[in-house]
Design a protein around this ligand. Structure first.
Ligand code: PMP
Length: 427
């Protein structure tokens, strides 16, 4: 009853636009487990949308945050900076892909990191255009909505968007878009819409998140690198969802063995504390004059302290390797389900622990089964699970477990999911 009465209060207090997937109000959470206000236990396969890669309330993060709060919680890094921010910038510059000398800036949300990439790329190139991809998601601010390549629920009602944003197809083998098609899409933009020499940046997610967990093929990422070098375009890799060990590399861009010019970081960076960053090549990052970039809360000392603990945990607990093991465990179990329900599952895919189950009808990948996807989400809580959906077609269940999940809790969660799926498949 407590969940229900809180939901009734929430509906009366919140605007409709900020909805919630579950009418489950959290009392406490630890590792991969969560308890609601009625004492029910859940296994969390969503980690607050890829944020708690290090699990809920990791003791090391809790300790680092408490220590920082005892000292001070805000002075503004643009007024009186502090060592935790400097140390974090140094460490992020060192872990970002590629050997070039790097610089960093801190902001508060993923969308802000993306916005700042566009500002930096425009300041560096003196050009106007930005190319993004169909199915991409970059945020809910005006610029990032414009860059996002998925209308519902992100863009409808909210235009007009900023000018000089262009979309190209993102390669997607399952849905018939080859790497060649995707590259031709960019060539067509250069011919029909905006000359290459007017393009400041190309932004992509190396693995699309909200769009459905589709990974860009290595040859596509490499071709983009070559194209950007040819035309002096800034290549931005949006790693907000795929970063911090999630995909079985520190950053998913590493799979392609290329160095992006700018990289966005958020979500998993600070274990749940609001922090985002842009890290990039020094000569590009320094294009802006002092005062042109930043924000009141960017690089909060509390978030920086948490982020330093996250980096330690990733290394000490070998979370990059765990992401791969978790992905393999999911793949094995989800492929068993696919063998059992070939008409309903078109693909099981994973990059490390960024795992997706795509649902269809009649075994046809081009007939998206959004109803089954919605039923699985709607009934997950009854089975003690937190699951998330995504997808260009709204028909993908995405799994984003904590990389610290124990094999026992992981197996238990997979058992629960198998029961849920079997139940809903026959409705
Ligand atoms: N880019 C990507 C790839 C994302 O997944 C998200 C968040 N889902 C964002 C940008 C926006 O981040 P935020 O919600 O923190 O603004």
């Amino acid at each position: 009853m407590k969940n229900q009465s809180l939901q009734e209060r929430k509906v009366q207090a919140f605007a409709r636009g900020q909805g919630n997937a579950y009418q489950v109000y959290v009392e406490r959470a630890q590792g991969s487990e969560m308890w609601d206000v009625e004492g029910n236990r859940y296994i969390d396969f969503g980690t607050g949308i890829a944020v708690c890669n290090t699990g809920h309330s990791h003791p090391k993060i809790v300790e680092a945050v408490k220590k920082q709060v005892d000292k001070f919680s805000h002075t503004c890094v643009m007024v009186n900076p502090y060592e935790v921010a400097v140390e974090l910038a140094e460490k992020l510059n060192a872990v970002a892909p590629g050997d070039s000398e790097k610089r960093a800036i801190f902001v508060t949300t993923g969308a802000e990191a993306v916005e700042n990439c566009v500002k930096i790329a425009r300041a560096h190139t003196g050009r106007r255009g930005v190319i993004a991809f169909n199915g991409g998601f970059h945020g809910r601010t005006n610029m990032t909505m414009g860059l996002t390549g998925k209308v519902t629920p992100y863009k409808n009602l909210f235009g007009p968007f900023p000018g000089d944003i262009y979309h190209a197809p993102y390669p997607n083998a399952l849905h018939g878009v080859s790497v060649e098609d995707a590259l031709k899409g960019i060539e067509n933009l250069f011919k029909a819409t905006i000359p290459a020499q007017d393009v400041a940046a190309i932004i992509l997610e190396p693995v699309q998140g909200e769009g459905g967990f589709y990974a860009a093929p290595v040859e596509f990422m490499q071709a983009l690198r070559t194209l950007c070098d040819e035309h002096g375009i800034v290549l931005i890799s949006d790693e907000i969802q795929s970063g911090f060990a999630r995909t079985g590399k520190m950053f998913a861009t590493e799979y392609a063995d290329i160095e992006p010019d700018l990289i966005t970081m958020a979500k998993g960076i600070a274990g749940g504390f609001p922090l985002a960053a842009v890290v990039g090549k020094q000569h590009i990052m320094d294009a802006s004059h002092p005062g042109g970039l930043g924000g009141t809360y960017g690089g909060s000392p509390v978030s920086c302290a948490a982020a330093l603990a996250v980096l330690d945990i990733i290394e000490e607990e070998q979370l990059i390797s765990s992401a791969n093991t978790i992905g393999e465990t999911f793949l094995a179990r989800l492929n068993e389900l696919k063998a059992q329900f070939p008409a309903l599952i078109s693909e099981v895919r994973a990059k490390g622990a960024m795992i997706a189950l795509e649902l269809c009808e009649d075994g046809d990948a081009d007939k998206p089964n959004t109803h089954l996807t919605q039923r699985l989400i709607a009934n997950a809580a009854k089975h003690g699970l937190v699951l998330l959906a995504c997808g260009y077609y709204g028909n993908v269940i995405r799994f984003l477990p904590a990389l610290t999940i124990t094999s026992q809790v992981l197996e238990e969660g997979l058992d629960k999911f198998t029961t849920l799926f079997t139940e809903q498949a026959s409705v």
